[in-house]
Design a protein around this ligand. Structure first.
Ligand SMILES: [Fe+2]
Ligand SMILES: [Fe+2]
Length: 195
């Protein structure tokens, strides 16, 4: 095939190239793929986490402290409400305590996957938690303080999800699943609350 024929079969290669330049393509970052083959000590953390990894670990550690405080508050309420008029509410507190513990485990696991250290230090727990501990003696006060804590958790997780966006889709999925359970908790508590 002569050069002239080649040109006729592919009349304007320059034009195709220009089209690519004008419209950025969905292409993987080959350099980051190569970098992922190195730094094996980083486990699941690859270059795409970029500069956000430490901030995400910090957000997760604050959420971890919140979940631990929520577990402790619900446990306290479970044991003190048990002898009161409504054993059904006490059971609800126990279920919530167990679910907050499960959340704390999901968060700790994700922190470690990101190469961070989960902070379980009891001495700083309340300072780091978004939600409060509570020692109310009557059932309605317990329900109210738990509902406040759930609303704080819902707001914190919603903000975290918005902040993380597409920077870390695995963490976002973990947070979304926890958020939906906090919304259930708040709903259930609302049903118990007398106006
Ligand atoms: Fe939780
Ligand atoms: Fe909750």
């Amino acid at each position: 095939m002569s050069n002239q024929d080649k040109t006729m079969n592919n009349p304007s290669p320059g034009k195709v190239q220009n089209l690519h330049d004008e419209h950025p393509r969905l292409r993987l970052d080959e350099g980051a793929l190569e970098a992922a083959k190195r730094s094996l000590e980083k486990g699941a953390v690859t270059p795409s986490y970029g500069p956000w990894r430490e901030d995400i670990i910090q957000l997760l550690n604050d959420a971890l402290a919140t979940e631990i405080v929520c577990t402790l508050r619900y446990k306290r309420h479970y044991y003190t409400a048990k002898g009161l008029a409504s054993p059904a509410i006490a059971e609800e507190f126990l279920v919530h305590a167990q679910e907050e513990t499960a959340h704390s485990e999901q968060l700790a696991e994700r922190i470690v996957q990101l190469g961070g250290e989960p902070d379980f230090s009891p001495s700083t727990l309340l300072d780091r938690s978004h939600a409060d501990y509570d020692e109310s003696a009557d059932l309605q006060a317990m329900i109210r303080s738990n509902l406040i804590a759930e609303r704080v958790a819902i707001e914190a997780y919603s903000q975290m999800i918005a902040l993380i966006g597409d920077k870390d889709s695995t963490t976002r999925r973990v947070l979304e699943s926890i958020l939906s359970q906090e919304q259930e908790h708040a709903d259930e508590l609302s049903d118990w609350l007398t106006p």
